[in-house]
Design a protein around this ligand. Structure first.
Ligand SMILES: Nc1nc2c(ncn2[C@@H]2O[C@H](COP(=O)(O)OP(=O)(O)OP(=O)(O)O)[C@@H](O)[C@H]2O)c(=O)[nH]1
Ligand SMILES: [Mg+2]
Length: 357
């Protein structure tokens, strides 16, 4: 673990330095304002980064993994002491995160910013991001937070796009593809749909029905060797949408098999679909999987089924994936949009109004 102290005259400047140097995974251990020799307050922020945490251990393995037996009494004592230290650090981190929210709130410039901060926290946004966003949100301005990334809109009018959607089982991939296929084909764009969800019973049925209603070509892709033919048959399509089997980092074999098919299709975009009603930590675990590094965007479904839509901010920042589509209902082709700084402000504003009425 790397621990470093960052100093600046304002708290938000010191936090910006932390994020710039250590990235969004940095853990804020402590912060305090210290007066220098001239009586001027300087913020000192202690931050830590675990350099080894490339992948989060799957929850199911936590505690269940057989620990290698210590060989000697000294090793056993050292292991027990490490375990005690980790437990103590975990308790400190929980305490610090409460302290962190309070100290961030007190560093905001006005009451309306503090109220905005409270709203954003209630909607599930992490304290540091809520702090960064409070100013814009209190003025109902588009979220200008530098750590938030927005994807470039997909514009099939300006050249062919091959867009693949992946994500946990039941996350809403097929529904989103059906919405997009309907939306673009009704606008006169030539759309074709491919699905790699060929192993599961009924995996192809919903898309087959949607595409036949819309009169759109549909191709199941079972083996990578079939990709060349499908690409040739769909070469006049301006938008090629690819549906995939739901995956989990715990089912690596399925993921490996799927990736061979994705790679054969030469995708211009690979979009991870996460349902907004998913448990925050479970989604973080999915997003921490190294295969996610292949993705280009993140999309969110089921925004209508959560009281904490702010989770999408934490997920997008921590996975370093720019926000793209969102879906807020099961209806095809409606209830879908593109997330921008403005639409995020509107979405979070709508929720804050709803929760106060
Ligand atoms: N309320 C709500 N329901 C949705 C939304 N998107 C999808 N659903 C519903 O969620 C369920 C699963 O959606 P699918 O599109 O089949 O999800 P999937 O990711 O393709 O699922 P698998 O292929 O099984 O991995 C269906 O009942 C959809 O109607 C949404 O934005 N809001
Ligand atoms: Mg599906």
């Amino acid at each position: 673990m790397r621990i470093k102290v960052f100093t600046a005259s304002h708290l938000h400047e010191a936090l910006a330095k932390v994020r710039q140097d250590m990235g969004p995974e940095a853990l804020i251990l402590d912060r305090q304002q210290i007066k220098d020799a001239g009586g001027i307050g300087v913020w000192h922020v202690h931050a830590a980064l675990d350099n080894n945490s490339v992948e989060v251990e799957p929850k199911s393995l936590k505690g269940s993994r057989t620990k290698p037996a210590p060989h000697t009494k000294d090793e056993a004592t050292a292991a027990a002491s490490t375990h005690a230290t980790i437990e103590r650090l975990e308790r400190i981190v929980v305490g610090l995160s409460n302290k962190e929210s309070a100290s961030l709130r007190s560093a905001l410039k006005s009451n309306s910013e503090a109220e905005a901060f409270d709203h954003l926290m209630r909607l599930g946004i992490s304290a540091t991001y809520a702090f960064d966003m409070a100013g814009d949100f209190s003025n109902r301005k588009p979220m200008g937070n530098k750590t938030l990334q927005w994807s470039r809109r997909i514009n099939p009018d300006q050249g062919r796009h091959t867009v693949m959607f992946t994500g946990p089982s039941g996350s809403g991939k097929t529904t989103l593809i059906a919405k997009l296929a309907a939306h673009y084909s009704l606008k006169g764009i030539r759309v074709a749909v491919v699905s790699t969800d060929t192993e599961r019973m009924g995996g192809l049925d919903a898309l087959k029905a949607y595409t036949s209603t819309l009169g759109i070509p549909f191709f199941p892709l079972k083996k990578a060797s079939e990709a060349e033919n499908i690409l040739a048959e769909t070469q006049t399509a301006q938008l090629l949408l690819i549906d995939t089997e739901g995956w989990s980092p715990r089912r690596d074999a399925c993921l490996k098999r799927q990736m061979v098919l994705w790679n054969a299709m030469d995708c211009t975009r690979k979009i991870m679909v996460i349902p907004a009603n998913m448990d925050e930590e479970d989604a973080m675990q999915q997003l921490s999987h190294h295969k996610v590094s292949d993705m280009t965007d993140i999309a969110f479904s089921k925004l209508d089924e959560t009281q904490k839509p702010g989770k999408i901010v934490n997920w997008s920042i921590s996975a370093r994936l720019p926000m793209s589509y969102c879906s807020f209902g099961p209806e095809v082709p409606e209830q879908m949009g593109w997330l921008t700084a403005q639409t995020l402000t509107t979405l979070l504003g709508k929720h804050s109004r709803e929760s106060t009425t």
